[in-house]
Design a protein around this ligand. Structure first.
Ligand code: MSP
Length: 515
């Protein structure tokens, strides 16, 4: 008997989303990027745990509930459902969905607080300074920016207020040297370079202890032993990455996934993930995550999404109009991962028609319908290899390694670019080999050409599964690939000579703007 394969573990997280408003394309983007990586790692033989969820405490949520005329719990229940619905709508393969109002989270979070306290990293003091509720962040005077109206705002343009209250503090200042050593010894800990530079400069400039409890409102996890304090929402929120795994029970089966391999975060929240979170973990004597990667921001048709412009774009109507997989493809392809970019309807339609319908859809359709009509609907056999065959096949065989490198390097757009090189080579090959002309003159060569094309299509279909799971499942069905032979390890044996191929249909309909 062969021993069971021991699979390496991979734990990936999305930020947990604030439930003060409705989910939009920016949230979907973070989640889809994490989903692509999670699905790729599964394909590559890893045992993956993929966590997402919602951030439901804090002053911002309490205010939003008041404005909606609801009790906070009722308000967060309703909005968390909208985020769960978004996760389903974008076909997220998450293994769990944590809500910070769940008891498992509150208990884990309380235990973490106690651990920090026992370690001597927490003390009671008095906070006086600026706070931006919209960012849920404290700011030093020199971080504020003066708006055109002469009013001070946060670096993210949120209004700030002067807060003066009794507060617990976390001894962040004690961790400055250890944090700098961490960044120094692990250059990949924070990426991309722009975020890394910003964080290193921030920590080098000197760290102050941070306020980690509030007394002026009550919607939060109570501080153990001091019920008039609630925990600062970021302490509560960051803890989700371990409470979901069963913390404080270090023997909980899921705790084997800790430390996380990757926290995917937006570029505006790197400070919390790359400074506060590792310092808290150091204080609690827990292992540190391996990598924090900051993704960029989308504007929509050239405008920043905002409540005041009322232009936050929900995903459901886009999915209804264009289909989910084209939308997932567009989001991963349009902007280099880590950069900012603009979401425009025109750009989406162009990519859908040029790259999906034309390049890939036509390629699949030409091969599969030709086999259905002229090769008895069965997977053709290899023939004698020509140089052109060899070139296309070796291109296909080297592709998984290149895609793996791109994904491990967080260049998700580059992974697609690499796959499209093969799509284009396969299109050039079919034009050049012209199997339609071989039908009468050399049927064996026609079959051999079609088979080489199926081999290439298989690699394309397998590698694109993380990006477009539903459509690629359909493509692999058309190639009669058994469901258990769709990962990278099975690539060489996924196709069976002569197997019956189901009748193919189009993968990506062209989008025609309604008149
Ligand atoms: N609740 C915190 C995260 C806590 S993690 C322990 C939070 N929530 S958020 O809902 O405001 O943002 C969640 C994520 O969505 C962030 O990574 C943010 O960058 C991302 N996006 C929100 N708007 C976005 C765009 N317009 N474009 C791309 N991503 C954006 O921060």
């Amino acid at each position: 008997m062969t021993p069971p394969r021991i699979r390496p573990r991979f734990y990936i997280t999305t930020p947990i989303y604030y439930v003060n408003g409705a989910p939009h394309i920016g949230h979907a983007y973070s989640s889809i990027a994490a989903d692509v990586i999670a699905r790729f790692k599964r394909l590559d033989g890893f045992e993956v745990f993929f966590l997402t969820g919602t951030d439901e405490h804090g002053q911002k949520i309490e205010k939003a509930a008041q404005a909606a005329g609801l009790e906070p719990q009722e308000f967060v229940d309703r909005n968390a459902n909208a985020f769960r619905a978004m996760a389903r709508a974008i076909n997220l393969s998450n293994d769990d969905f944590i809500r910070t109002t769940q008891q498992r989270h509150k208990s884990g979070c309380t235990a973490l607080w106690q651990k920090l306290e026992t370690a001597g990293a927490v003390y009671l003091g008095h906070y006086e300074g600026w706070y931006a509720t919209r960012d849920e962040a404290f700011y030093a005077e020199d971080e504020l920016v003066l708006g055109p109206d002469g009013i001070k705002r946060s670096p993210y343009s949120a209004p700030v207020e002067w807060v003066r209250e009794s507060s617990f503090f976390f001894k962040l200042s004690a961790f400055q040297d250890r944090l700098l050593a961490l960044y120094d010894q692990n250059p990949e800990f924070i990426q991309p370079a722009s975020s890394r530079n910003e964080i290193v400069a921030f920590v080098r400039a000197g760290l102050r202890d941070i306020s980690i409890s509030r007394t002026s409102f009550s919607w939060g996890v109570p501080v153990p032993g001091s019920p008039d304090h609630v925990m600062y929402v970021w302490v509560d929120a960051l803890a989700n990455y371990i409470t979901a795994m069963g913390y404080p029970d270090m023997q909980a089966p899921r705790m084997a996934f800790w430390p996380a391999n990757l926290h995917l975060v937006g570029k505006e929240i790197t400070r919390f993930h790359a400074v506060y979170w590792p310092a808290m973990l150091m204080a609690a004597d827990l292992p540190l995550p391996c990598r924090v990667f900051a993704n960029g921001w989308w504007t929509v048709e050239g405008e920043k999404m905002s409540k005041s412009l009322n232009n936050a774009l929900p995903v459901e109507p886009l999915i209804a109009e264009f289909g989910l997989d084209p939308l997932r493809y567009f989001l991963m392809r349009e902007m280099p991962f880590g950069n900012d970019g603009d979401f425009s309807r025109r750009a989406l339609i162009n990519r859908l028609n040029d790259e999906l319908a034309n390049d890939l859809g036509n390629l699949a359709q030409r091969i599969l319908s030709f086999i259905a009509k002229n090769a008895d609907g069965a997977l053709p056999l290899h023939g004698l290899m020509t140089e052109a065959d060899f070139l296309l096949l070796s291109h296909a065989r080297s592709l998984p390694g290149r895609v793996r490198d791109a994904i491990d390097g967080m260049a998700l757009h580059e992974a697609l670019d690499q796959i499209w090189k093969l799509v284009r080579s396969a299109n050039a090959y079919i034009d050049h080999q012209a199997p339609w002309a071989l039908r009468k003159t050399d049927p064996l060569r026609m079959a051999a050409v079609l088979r080489i094309l199926c081999d290439a299509l298989l690699v394309i279909g397998v590698l694109l599964q993380p990006f477009m799971p539903t459509t690629m499942a359909k493509l692999l069905d058309f190639l009669a690939v058994p469901p258990n032979a769709r990962d990278l390890a099975a690539l060489e044996s996924a196709l069976t000579d002569g197997s019956r191929l189901p009748t193919p249909s189009g993968l990506f309909p062209r989008f025609v703007e309604p008149a």
